[in-house]
Write a protein that binds this ligand. Structure first.
Ligand code: SAH
Length: 224
């Protein structure tokens, strides 16, 4: 087999050019990271050929890997930078975490569904992403032992902005989270912490799977 970074290189470059740069994401580091991470290794094998399509894909257990543009948009709203710590809520396939890692960030990622958590851990190991720290837990509570974080990114949509997350945001830190009172319909919110104040910016409508937990929608079977 050829190197995973060379496989699907052409569709990956096209994805970056047409879906991401073409829609106005200009952050060069984000474009570079999205061009490096082999997205096809984060989807079920049968879907590898569609990994670079302009859409979210199922990853099992009723969850999805986000559309490439949404991953890139969230990363750029986060104002990423090498050496910054980032908490991700909703590991899923591990793709977004791998992109954050490729941006040189110190990644902490939390997933509530055991099979996805285990699969992502195995994938990180196989791909040599040994510095990505993983936790099986309700991420709406954050990761108190590891905070505060310079950045927090939430990959699922809840009814509001969990207080535990704003509390674990470092001063000057940025939180990017989809929030909305109706399931499956959210607005992407960017929250910047200035001391005890939180500046909020609405970055437009999005549709994410449910954020389930203490500060999310109420639970369902199969969780921790
Ligand atoms: N970032 C992922 C997207 C996964 S979809 C990727 O790149 O593939 C969102 C994920 O959030 C799902 O795996 C879901 O199980 C998880 N999730 C939902 N509520 C959660 C919670 N309270 N804590 C941790 N993970 C949660």
């Amino acid at each position: 087999m050829s190197s995973p970074s060379l496989e699907y290189r052409i569709p990956r470059e096209r994805m970056v050019r047409e879906q991401i740069a073409g829609r106005g994401v200009t952050d060069k580091a984000v474009l570079r990271a999205m061009g490096e991470v082999p997205r096809h290794l984060f989807v079920p094998e049968a879907l590898a050929a569609t990994a670079y399509d302009d859409r979210a894909l199922p990853i099992g257990h009723g969850q999805t890997i986000s559309q490439p543009y949404v991953v890139a948009l969230m990363c750029s709203l986060l104002e990423p930078g090498p050496g910054l710590s980032v908490l991700e809520v909703g590991t899923g396939s591990g793709y977004q975490a791998a992109v954050l890692h490729a941006l040189g960030m110190t990644v902490f990622t939390v997933e509530r569904l055991r099979p996805l958590y285990l699969e992502a851990r195995e994938r990180f190991g196989r791909m040599g992403l040994h510095t990505v720290r993983t936790l099986l837990s309700d991420g709406t509570l954050g990761w108190p032992d590891m905070g505060p974080f310079d950045r927090i990114i939430v990959a699922a949509g809840g009814p509001g902005i969990p207080e535990a997350l704003t509390e674990q945001l470092a001063d000057g830190g940025i939180l990017v989270i989809p929030a909305g009172r109706r399931r499956g319909e959210q607005h992407l919110m960017r929250v910047t912490r200035r001391g005890r104040n939180f500046d909020m910016r609405d970055c437009g409508p999005v549709a994410f799977v449910d954020l389930v937990g203490s500060y999310g929608w109420s639970g369902q079977a199969g969780a921790v």
